[in-house]
Structures are given as structure tokens and as C-alpha cells.
Ligand binder design. Structure first.
Ligand code: ANZ
Length: 856
């Protein structure tokens, strides 16, 4: 063909022309715009975690937005009014760091990247409602972060305190505990140190119980692994606070213990070396101990929390020459400073019970401290009758040994199991569980303690000393008061970056924006300074799903009626890297908004889908390794539909997918085959389907019946496999059966077009048009399977015993060998024929024959 020849009508469109054609149609017709308040269809809110605009999209995004698109498209076909919005999580350090490197404005970098990502997502054919786009770095959005902050402040849930914080010396910023991985900054890898600073916090700990208990609502709808990670992160422990006096000191020192039953077994007392108490006690010790303590403290401050808790490290510590008095028996317990006790958990001090706690035992053995057993774990605890266990020959099994054999001081293994109390006064004879309850009663009665709970969860540190974030809407007056910016003065906009030095230096660059930071206290007219810190970007993403419901409102953060209609999110889709923080914060804010009476639900995401990663040759892709597969490049090379089919087919949603094993060629062939099938249909639109090829009709209806379950259980790869099968079966019928005129062929081709829309929407629209229909296929309802066509064909099987037919059975034509054998064995006539005989061999040839060879 000459290069100047016009494209003929028969020549198939290239993938890119197909994309352009249908994307224009969708945009012009706003095909995927969510229906408004008057839309009576049931609603579904489908949301993929919104992207951070750092450079190009990668293959992880390709996967994420494909899966959410499959779910969104599916519900439209099922007659739902679907909301599937997109926005950008566009504040944060990478923009600021890029701006520092290039001396540019973080805004430019951010909004350029957003434009590029937006184009890629458009090219990919995702059915977003493009009328609702939001960017968290727009003042129209972050204004509501500030509003939320003020609401939390009013409720006592936002507060300021001085405390040791995680400090990244490289990024010169504070990090939340969650952003410290193995003692290093999650972002840059620098070793994190502790620094005392005054910071803003959200009081998430006040919601700890609800955050934990409400996870039960999500059982079965969230991945088990994520539920467990949330539970561990909150880390509720139940036990008692016990008050100890210290000899020669006023007042009491409280310890938290999950095992108040073991109080009589306490043989020493440990305080965190970096606690105020340790410093106080060391100060009144001998000069030698004071020095030893100082050296030890210096060493401890360099040790990460993870290492401090490691059971592998030898135990270290310093005796502080002081004694605590055990409130239950008056015993003197030597007080040690040791790093396995953490300053900011419980009360930063423990009663050490080496017989029943492994850490205490390791310490006791290292420093030769006494070990006193108070729970006999060899004693039976089930009732008065000892249970004698016997082995399979009826010989009694030797008891596990006596307490002497198992003494922790000799074995080095703490006794942590069930047992009966000994050496514990009134508690003697009780089981561990009853003894815990009894010990708490005694502590409460004597005034020496009380029931208590403890959480691993800490309050959420939200202030950052950086530019590219939401300014905290608070003012500092000259007389030292802190006052909120009145709501009607929001947003507090970020100043221009001109003239500001953004490089990290330990205080916020905003503090140097003279014209911005100097203002007046609106209630007095006196001069005041703005708080120069900005908010952690996790604040932005903790409520964005609500903003999508009324993204342009300048009257409210979100419209409460819209929230009643749409929220909570029905399906939330994203990577498991957000299993803890983002989800926990969104859950927290949701509960706060519920308490404010603004929403009527307490969990933001009714179901959660976590996708696996896209890796390359077994390795995680990363810029630094230079093994990145770029989304836009793949899109340019293969076209959206091929890429989408290849990814959907690559494996189960939650599994990692190795791009090296993904076949775009296979995907592309499948799509061409589907197109040819549609082109070969010659029957007219509207032809009645009954009377066509029966086998093909059954295949079509089997898929109609099976597909909803496959999508709802996120088995997208199986759905693609089934579609491939149906395309092949249809091809065969065209080639060998009644040809393209058979109505069953049209029925199959139309079914393929409508289902293919989930994974390959451009091709599906084209199929639908070729088949003579009006667009959009994306809104065509999925047909119901005809039950009559689901009844399987049956055949007659002969069941023989030594070659003689003993029974005949009607069985499904597609039965497997094992199933058929089981049916044969269950038949009464066969059982009679087999009675008392030994079966030596069974030959099964499903679905026709079963033969039992027997002896005797
Ligand atoms: C006495 C005892 C006896 C304990 C026993 C355990 C077993 P979880 O379950 O993690 O909450 N503990 C308390 N505060 C601590 C701190 N700041 N740093 C390190 N350890 C601390 O652990 C609670 C238990 O950890 C508490 O119960 C306390 O030791 C210790 F047989 O008290 B236990």
C-alpha cells in the first residue's frame, strides 16, 4: 500500500486511534459522570487510593487504577449509579526537595506532574468522573484541613506539647513513629535521633478502643493481614497499674503490668534509663554510679527502639542504689536502669518477675538476681480430677516434669503458660486467669493499684517544619497565648515562595516569611505571629474521600446529604504499604466526624482490596536500581487495552506480578480475535437468540452466571480466562457450525462485548458498534443467565463389578473421575455387590464407566 493511501473502511483502527475515538466520545458525553441526587439507581462508591504526583505513573498505578476501574465498570453494568473519582495527594516533601534542588517553586513541579499523570490516566481509559478532580495542595482543599484542625482543637483533640520526637538530621524534620523504619528515616534512610521539640498532636489515643473494636465490623471485607496489622499497631494490653513506693523518696511510682498475678514473684525493679525517674534516682546515687549511669545513658540514646526490645541482644543495665517496696509483701526490690524498658510505654518502669517474663529472666541471669516461681505451670488446672494422658497403646505419658526440672533459673526459659499460683499468699491455688482478676481486686481494695489498659498507639504528631503543606491555622500572641484563626479567615494561604530559603534547617521556612508570619490577633487587634509549621500530609489524605462528594463547595468541607447518599466507600483499592497509617488516620477522622454528627457511619471503607506489586525479574522496581518499567512507555508501545488485559490476566489481584512474565502479545491476539468474531456476525440486531447453537448458548450462559461472582471476589484473571474461552468457542461455532448467521453467535459476541468492557473498554465499544449498537457499551446492563441453559447435559454411566454391570447412573456430562467414583461407591446396588469383598483396583473413565476389580 502506498504511504499516501487513505485508510480504508475495512482496515482496523490502530490501538491508539481506537483509544482516541472512544475517549473523545466518553469525554463529550460525560459517560462516567456519577448521577446526581435525583438518580434513583442504587449507589456504589468505588475509590482507588489517589496518587502522589512524583514524576510519571508507574506500573503499580497501572494495576491500581485498572482494578478499581474493573469494579466501577462492573457496578455500572449491574445498574448502579457509580462514583469513581480521582484526585492528587499533592503536598509533601518530594515536591519541596525537587524544588530545592532546582531552585524552583514546588507548585510548578507539582502541577506539571499532575498534568502529565492526568494525561496518562486519560489514555489508559479509566472511567473516572473527571468533573470531581481535587488536589490537596489547592487552597480550596487545604482550607478544609485547617477547618478540621480547628474542629479537633475545639474538641480537645488537637494539642501542643513538648516531647522527644523523632528527628531526621538529613531532612531536618520531625517524623511520626510510623515514618521511622529500623531506626532510619523512611524517606532518606538517615539514622533518626531523638530531639525535644514543641509540636502539635492529634489525640488519636482517645479513640484507641474504638479503632480496635470496630475492626470486627470489617472482618471478611478487609484482608485479614491488614486487620492484624491494625490490631498490632494499636496494641492494646490489659492488666493493672501498680503503685510502688521508693525508699527515701516521697510519692509513688506506678508500673503497668499485664500480670498482676505475679506480684509476689517480683525480685527487682527496672526503670527506663532515659526516663526522668532514672535521672532523679541516679542523681542521688554514689559518684561512681552516677558516672556509670551517664555513660550508659549516652549509649542507650544511640540505640534504636527496635534494638532495645530485641531478645537477641545481651541485657545491659546499671544498679541505681535505690530500692522499691513491693506493695503486696513489703519486700525490697533493687532498682536498675536497663534499656529493655522503654520510657514512653506504660509508665517507663516495670516490676521485674524473672520466673515468668523472658526479658526479666535474661536480665536476672546476666546480673545474678533471684528468680522466684509463683505459677506452677506443671500443675493441672482442669478441675480436681487429674487428667492422665495416655499414648496410642494406652501407656500413660510421663508428666511434663516437675517444677524443679523446669526451674527458669536453670533452664533459662521463663514459665509463661497456664498453671496454679504458689508462693503468693491468698492467691495460692488459683489459676492464672482467676489470680489476675483477684490480684486486681486486692490492689483496688488496698489502694495500691487498679485495672488498666495500655496501647502501643501514640498520639499522632502532625506538625512539620516544612513549606509545602497546609499551614496550621493558629496564632501566637505577644503575651504567650495560642489562639485559633477564626473560621471566616480561612484559608490561611501559603505565602509566595519567592525569597524563602526552603532548605531544611530545623525550623519552618514559613517563619522567615516576614510579611506572612506577622499578623494581628483578631480578638484584641494586638500583633501576633502565625504558627509557622505545616501539617503532616496524612491529614490531607485522611478525609479526601468525603471531599469528592462535593469537591467544589466553598461553604462546607463536604455536603452531609451527599455523604449520607454515597459514603462510606464501598470498595477501596490500593497497595498494602498503606495498611497501617493512612487507613488508621482515615478511620480516626471518620470517627471524629461521626461524633460531630456530620456523618452516620463509623468506618470509612466498607471493603478493602490490596493489590500485589508489579516487579521485574523477581526484584522490586526502583529508580535507584534502574529497573523501572514506565507506565507511559508501556502504554505508548502496546495501547491501553492490551496493557490492561495483560495485567488483569497476569495473576490474582493480591499476588505480585513479574512484568518479565507478562505477555502483551497474548493479550493483543485475544483482542484481535474478539474483534474478528464481532466482524463475522451477520445476523441483524434484535434477532431472537433462542434456537441457535445449543452448546454455544450454554457456554455463553454459563459465563453470564459465573462472571458476577468472579468480579465480586476480585478474580479478574479468571474472568479474563473465561472470556478467552468464550471467544474461542464462538470462533469454532462460526467456523464449523452454522457460521456468523447463527443467533447464538450474536448472543455470544454481544456478551463478550459487554463483559470485555471491564478490562478492554475501547475494544469493547468498538465491538458493540460493529455489532450494530449505539454506544456506550459501558452502560449496557449485564444479562441474566437463563436457568434452563444452565442445566448440564447428563449421560448414563455403567458401574461394573468384575466386568458385570451392577448399576447405571445418570451423571453430568462434565463430571470428573473422582466425583464419578464417589457417586458409584455411594450407590446402594453397587454397595451390595461389593459387600465383604476386597477391592483390588478401580478403573474410572468419566463420564462413561466405572469398574471395581474385587477379590473374595
Ligand atoms: C510484670 C510481668 C510479669 C509482666 C510477667 C509480664 C509478664 P505488653 O503485653 O507488650 O503490653 N512493661 C511494662 N512497661 C514497659 C516498658 N515501658 N518497657 C518495657 N516493658 C514494659 O507488655 C506489658 C508488660 O511489659 C508488662 O507486664 C511489663 O512486664 C512490661 F510474668 O509486668 B509485665
Amino acid at each position: 500500500m502506498s504511504p499516501t493511501a487513505a485508510v480504508s473502511a475495512e482496515e482496523p483502527l490502530t490501538a491508539h486511534a481506537l483509544q482516541a475515538k472512544w475517549q473523545k466520545y466518553w469525554a463529550d458525553n460525560e459517560t462516567f459522570r456519577a448521577g446526581g441526587a435525583d438518580d434513583t439507581r442504587p449507589r456504589k462508591y468505588v475509590l482507588a487510593m489517589f496518587p502522589y504526583p512524583s514524576g510519571d505513573l508507574h506500573m503499580g498505578h497501572a494495576e491500581n487504577y485498572l482494578y478499581s476501574d474493573i469494579v466501577a465498570r462492573y457496578w455500572r453494568h449491574r445498574g448502579h449509579n457509580v462514583l469513581n473519582p480521582i484526585g492528587w495527594d499533592s503536598f509533601g516533601l518530594p515536591a519541596e526537595n525537587a524544588a530545592i534542588r532546582r531552585g524552583a517553586d514546588p507548585r510548578e513541579w507539582t502541577y506539571q506532574n499532575i498534568a502529565q499523570q492526568r494525561e496518562s490516566l486519560g489514555d489508559y481509559g479509566v472511567s473516572f468522573d473527571w468533573s470531581r478532580v481535587l488536589h490537596t495542595s489547592d487552597p480550596e482543599y487545604y482550607r478544609w484541613n485547617q477547618w478540621l484542625f480547628l474542629k479537633l482543637y475545639e474538641r480537645g483533640l488537637a494539642y501542643r506539647k513538648e516531647s522527644p520526637v523523632n528527628w531526621c538530621p538529613n531532612d531536618q524534620t520531625v517524623l511520626a513513629n510510623e515514618q521511622v523504619v529500623d531506626g532510619r528515616c523512611e524517606r532518606c534512610g538517615a539514622e533518626v535521633v531523638k530531639k525535644k521539640l514543641t509540636q502539635w498532636y492529634f489525640r488519636i489515643t482517645e479513640y484507641a478502643d474504638r479503632l480496635l473494636d470496630d475492626l470486627n465490623q470489617l472482618e471478611g471485607s478487609w484482608p485479614q493481614k491488614v486487620l492484624q496489622m491494625q490490631r498490632n499497631w494499636i496494641g492494646r494490653s490489659v492488666g493493672a497499674d501498680v503503685d510502688f513506693r521508693i525508699e527515701g523518696r516521697e510519692g509513688v511510682v506506678t508500673v503497668f503490668s499485664t500480670r498482676p498475678d505475679t506480684l509476689h514473684g517480683a525480685t527487682f525493679f527496672v526503670v527506663a534509663p532515659d526516663s526522668d525517674l532514672a535521672a532523679e534516682l541516679a542523681a542521688s546515687a554514689s559518684p561512681e554510679v552516677r558516672m556509670r549511669f551517664q555513660d550508659y545513658l549516652t549509649q542507650v540514646q544511640k540505640t534504636s527502639e527496635i534494638d532495645r526490645q530485641s531478645t537477641e541482644r545481651p541485657k545491659t543495665g546499671v544498679f541505681l542504689e535505690h530500692y522499691a517496696i513491693n506493695p503486696v509483701n513489703g519486700e525490697r526490690l533493687p532498682i536498675w536502669a536497663a534499656d529493655y524498658v522503654l520510657a514512653d510505654y506504660g509508665h517507663g518502669a516495670v516490676m521485674a518477675v524473672p520466673a515468668h517474663d523472658q526479658r526479666d529472666l535474661d536480665f536476672a541471669r546476666a546480673f545474678d538476681l533471684p528468680v522466684k516461681v509463683v505459677v506452677d505451670t506443671t500443675a493441672p488446672i482442669t478441675g480436681a480430677m487429674p487428667v492422665i494422658e495416655v499414648d496410642e497403646d494406652g501407656v500413660p505419658i510421663e508428666p511434663a516434669g516437675t517444677l524443679d526440672d523446669q526451674h527458669p533459673a536453670t533452664t533459662g526459659i521463663a514459665l509463661t503458660g497456664e498453671g496454679r499460683m504458689i508462693n503468693s499468699g491468698e492467691l495460692n491455688g488459683l489459676s492464672k486467669r482467676n489470680a489476675i482478676a483477684r490480684a486486681i481486686e486486692q490492689l483496688e481494695a488496698s489502694g495500691n493499684g487498679r485495672a488498666a489498659k495500655n496501647y502501643r498507639l501514640r498520639d499522632w504528631l502532625i506538625s512539620r517544619q516544612r513549606f509545602w503543606g497546609t499551614p496550621i491555622p493558629m496564632l501566637h500572641t505577644t503575651d504567650g497565648r495560642i489562639v485559633p484563626v477564626p473560621e471566616d479567615q480561612l484559608p490561611v494561604r501559603l505565602p509566595s515562595v519567592d525569597g524563602l530559603d526552603l532548605s531544611p534547617k530545623g525550623s519552618s521556612p514559613l517563619g522567615a516569611a516576614e510579611g506572612w508570619v506577622r499578623t494581628v490577633d483578631p480578638s484584641t487587634g494586638e500583633p501576633a505571629l502565625r504558627d509557622p509549621d505545616t501539617m503532616d500530609t496524612f491529614v490531607d489524605s485522611s478525609w479526601y474521600f468525603l471531599r469528592f462528594l462535593s469537591p467544589t463547595s466553598d461553604a462546607v468541607a463536604f455536603d452531609v446529604d451527599e455523604a449520607r447518599r454515597w459514603a462510606p466507600v464501598d470498595s477501596y483499592i490500593g497497595g498494602v504499604e498503606h495498611a497501617i497509617l493512612h487507613l488508621l488516620y482515615a478511620r480516626f477522622l471518620t470517627k471524629v466526624l461521626f461524633d460531630m454528627g456530620l456523618i452516620d457511619f463509623t468506618e470509612p471503607f466498607s471493603s478493602l482490596i490490596n493489590q500485589g506489586m508489579v516487579i521485574l525479574n523477581g526484584a522490586k522496581m526502583s529508580k535507584s536500581k534502574g529497573n523501572l518499567v514506565l507506565f507511559q512507555e508501556e502504554l505508548d508501545a502496546h495501547g491501553a487495552d492490551t496493557l490492561r488485559v495483560a495485567l488483569a490476566f497476569a495473576g490474582p489481584v493480591e499476588d505480585d506480578k513479574d512484568w518479565a512474565d507478562v505477555s502483551t502479545t497474548g493479550a493483543q491476539k485475544f483482542l484481535s480475535r474478539a474483534l474478528r468474531v464481532a466482524q463475522d456476525v451477520t445476523s441483524p440486531v434484535g434477532v431472537p437468540f433462542d434456537g441457535g447453537d445449543a452448546a454455544l448458548r450454554r457456554a455463553t450462559h454459563r459465563l453470564l452466571a459465573e462472571a458476577p461472582g468472579l468480579v465480586e471476589q476480585t478474580k479478574f484473571n479468571v474472568l479474563v480466562a473465561r472470556l478467552m474461552e468464550l471467544v474461542n468457542t464462538t470462533r469454532k461455532t462460526i467456523d464449523t457450525g452454522a457460521g456468523g448467521a447463527d443467533p447464538a453467535v450474536r448472543e455470544a459476541a454481544e456478551t463478550i462485548a459487554v463483559m470485555l468492557d471491564l478490562v478492554a473498554p475501547h475494544t469493547a465499544e468498538e465491538l458493540w458498534e460493529i455489532l450494530g449498537h449505539e454506544p456506550s457499551v459501558g452502560l449496557v446492563p449485564w444479562r441474566q443467565a437463563d436457568p434452563v441453559l444452565l442445566v448440564e447435559d447428563t449421560v448414563t454411566t455403567a458401574v461394573q463389578v468384575n466386568g458385570k454391570v451392577r448399576a447405571t447412573l445418570e451423571v453430568p456430562a462434565r463430571i470428573g473421575d473422582a466425583e464419578l467414583e464417589a457417586l458409584a461407591r455411594a450407590d446402594e446396588r453397587v454397595q451390595r455387590a461389593l459387600a465383604d469383598k476386597e477391592i483390588v483396583r478401580v478403573i474410572v473413565r468419566a463420564p462413561k464407566i466405572v469398574n471395581f476389580a474385587v477379590k473374595g
